[in-house]
Write a protein that binds this ligand. Sequence first.
Ligand code: ATP
Ligand code: MG
Length: 586
Amino acid sequence: MINLILRVLRCLNKSSIYKIFYLQLVTILIALLSVLSAILIAPFIILVSGESLSTNNPFFQKVFNLVAVFNNDDLFLYVSIIFVSFYVLSILFTLVFTYLNLKWIQDINVFFKKNLYLFYINKNWLYHSNISSKGIISKIESDTNRLGNSVILPFLNLVSNFLISFIIISAIFLVDFNVALISMVTFSLFYLFFYYFFKKKLRKAGDTVTKVYPYYLKSMFEGFSSIKDVILFDKKSFFTNFFSENVNSLKNAHITQSYLPQIPRSLIEIIFFTLLIGFTFVLVKSYNFKFAEIGAMMGFYGICALKVIPALQKIFNSFASINSNISAFINIENDLINAKKISLKKEINTSNQKIKFQKIIKLDDITFTYPNNKKAGVFNVNMTIPWGSKIGIVGKTGSGKSTLLDLILGFIAADKGEIKVDEVIINNNNIKYWQKNLSYVPQNFFIYEGTIKSNIGFGLDESLIENGKIHNSLLLAELNEFIDNETLEVGENGKKLSGGQKQRVGIARALYKNSEVLILDEATSALDTITERNILKNLENNKNLKTTIIVSHRFETLKMCDKIYFIQSGKVEELKNFEELISKYK
Ligand code: ATP
Ligand code: MG
């Protein structure tokens, strides 16, 4: 357990660690108040009964002797006031503590969420192409909550309730050693038995939640985003069953997680009342105890039980919760540690630098293969892209065109060889300064749920988007139908747009960035030839745009290029002229 907590602390920042420390201090105060109010009940009951303050119990006798300096009436008043004040104080403290507990644990959850988000959004394309976005969402959404609410918070409760139990049980030891010993052993054995009995089941339920949650998300995301296929292939029941399966597994796991820890609570009450009544019976029958004394004892033990039983139950629940949610922590532990490093680095590194491109981009003997597919990639590529030129790239499907663009764009890094921009070698450290020169329209363009305007002025606050620039981009991308209708909602992933309109929105977005280099990966494939020609002409006339790299299968588009590179199974060759391309395709 200590080892686990040290591992969790390693993922936190300093202020969160302080918060946890302060939370523990407050619990100590609450524990002390609980004990004081428990001890005060005894003289209070004796005073209510009107009997004199004397007892056989040595501990109570000591307390009574201390207060014997007052006469009975004054004492009654003082004790009543103090008794009520302590109770009020302890409840007020508990309220404050509960608020701080909730707030600070939410702060910690948010800290984890933000760090993970920053971590994943900083990961490169290759990383993202290898993992499922549902896994990421599940980690940010579900695992962080489980770590905060069901591992860290229970740990804090564990410590504080352990302290409360310890102090109250010590107080009972002072009053009656035998009662304390019997109850402590009984309760400890009781909870230990249940803990070991439930441990495996709880761990298994937790593992199920960690494993199933991404599939639960997948069944929703994929079912709804492929709704046309679902309808046409009549796969509604397939997706519904997949969803039901996952949702049922989660339900069963949640029932186990919430119900099992509650079982001991009901049983412990039976044990407690049997002990209390049995104890009173023995006292009355065997020792002829006075009512006031029994009342005081019962009051004292009653209050102790009122505090200690829930505390013991909370200790048990905390162990149960940590045990059944530890898999969530293990699932994100490494990412959290790495995320913490990244967030520290990011704070330092926020420069506005840009690599100057005035002469040539050179790909020098570039080789890249995908780590999980060593046969796919590009091999020994040499290319030169002069400033201001129009470069065409052509080749069969799957030949490596998009891979080549990803290298130029810096989404992936070459295994061998260099990319140079005016003699500056592009590397991991300066890639973002190179990317500031680039605009890109990918093959599978993503449209955001929002307006045409927000899609073109991508990632900018609506108020910061310049209307003049939007107008210009719409004109260049032949999106005349949206001029003066820029606030039209396009639907999720552009559901309300045509395929060609989506591509043109993509081009308009790239043009809004106003970069030195425009890279189009079959960005006009859904357009009719006239619209495509118009767009390319517009680009040619656009003075801001200096260099264009176009992947296309259309000869007409390629004809407009200054240079054409032909790619086959990852190998690139420069074609001497357009005729050579025609002969290759024959
Ligand atoms: P298309 O004209 O169909 O778009 P392309 O020429 O752009 O094809 P690429 O996307 O570059 O082809 O893919 C080249 C090869 O690399 C393919 O065999 C593909 O399966 C493989 N590939 C692409 N992306 C990955 C990836 N993330 N991981 C592993 N292999 C990949
Ligand atoms: Mg491609």
